[in-house]
Design a protein around this ligand. Structure first.
Ligand code: UD1
Length: 338
């Protein structure tokens, strides 16, 4: 079975390519390298023994997308990671986000609608829930007004897929709503490669730990949580990658109950920023230089997943703890700074 992985050189994409190849899928990657590196292909080969097919292509170029699907008629499924994901940047450049994240989604769906049968997995985010009223968050929690154009592209993306599936019985899709992905492959061959100053907590922690940044700013300790810092559900990237493979197999084996389904992908456990820092200090044996500063605008207090649906329906469960994931994130950070 040939599977197209867009954004397959990126953080979650590359880990998913590894899990797909481990399961015997033949993978073709499309990536424009705007936030990734072709060396990732060597990392994937080192782990799986096989270099995936790869095309450097900008999905915004519609005719190139059409041409790709003409050349690869045997692509039976698509896992669509390629997207821009910086919340702040999306506020500054909304049209860039709508073009990158929505335009490209439409082009791919148009091609899949031409097929007799197609499976599609979409990278969505827990950001669609905003500050949910109840914890843990179930999939039927209301989708809140998006805080940013980035968040809006995830909500709109899900709606576009749902509308398309409604009138296209040959198209089967799953949206995976990720909580907070982190970590790196246990082999140390692939991991997160943030360009510039990381916006996300875990790469900022490991970069501070290694001495690349002076200090981590903890954004607020006056939230209504046990230690005052925000709570998130940190999901190990290999666990998350495996969820994609299971979701794809569900569609390919026609086990899905409707032709558009949504699943939370998290651990079900919430951890505070201070707990994440403690876990780093434990695995690294180093003290982390951090300082409590003002809240970051737009941050929600707490978000962690109810994973019952993914556990029962997909038969998938996160296996790694925050500490194990942090350990691999730290091994990776040390390796790339070597
Ligand atoms: C953010 C996005 C989310 C997106 C996800 C992608 C926002 C509000 N949300 O999630 O839409 O899907 O990234 O990865 O931007 N923190 C610090 N210091 C730092 C960095 C983070 O204290 O230097 C704290 C934050 O306040 C938050 C937690 O760490 O409580 C996690 O932050 P982050 O990794 O940026 O993820 P989210 O904000 O949950």
């Amino acid at each position: 079975m040939k599977v197209l992985v867009t954004g397959g050189l990126g953080f979650i994409g590359s880990h998913t390519v590894v899990e797909l190849q481990n399961k015997g899928f033949e993978v073709v990657i499309i990536d424009d390298c705007s936030n990734s590196d072709e060396n990732v292909l060597d990392g994937i080969k080192a782990i799986t023994g096989k270099k995936p097919l790869y095309e450097k292509l900008d999905l915004k170029e519609k005719h190139k997308v059409e041409n790709f699907f003409q050349r690869y008629q045997d692509v039976a499924g698509v896992i669509h990671f390629a997207a821009s994901k910086a919340v702040g940047e999306s506020v500054e450049k909304p049209l860039l986000y709508y073009e990158n994240n929505i335009g490209t989604l439409v082009y791919i769906l148009k091609e899949l609608c031409k097929k007799n049968k197609a499976s599609f997995i979409f990278s969505s985010s827990c950001t669609v829930y905003g500050q949910a009223d109840k914890m843990p968050i179930t999939e039927d929690a209301p989708v809140k007004v998006a805080e940013s154009p980035y968040g809006n592209t995830k909500q709109m993306g899900e709606e576009i897929i749902a509308d398309t599936c409604k009138v296209t019985p040959s198209l089967n899709a799953i949206a995976l709503r990720y909580f907070n992905p982190m970590g790196a492959h246990p082999s140390g061959e692939i991991g997160e490669l943030p360009i510039g100053v990381p916006q996300n907590l875990v790469p900022f922690i490991t970069q501070t730990g290694i001495g690349l940044r002076d200090q981590l700013s903890v954004f607020g300790d006056d939230y209504p949580t046990p230690d005052g810092t925000c709570i998130r559900d940190y999901i190990y990237v290999v666990d998350l990658a495996k969820a994609h493979v299971v979701a794809l197999e569900r569609l390919m084996n026609e086990k899905n109950e409707s032709n558009f389904e949504v699943f939370n992908v998290g651990t079900g456990t919430g951890s505070s920023v201070l707990e994440a820092i403690k876990s780093f200090e434990k695995v690294s044996g180093r003290k982390l230089n951090y300082k409590i500063v003002d809240r970051r605008p737009g941050d929600i207090t707490s978000a962690y997943a109810d994973t019952t649906k993914a556990n029962k329906v997909l038969g998938w469960k996160a296996e790694y703890t925050l500490e194990e994931a942090m350990n691999y994130a730290w091994i990776w950070e040390q390796k790339i700074r070597d």
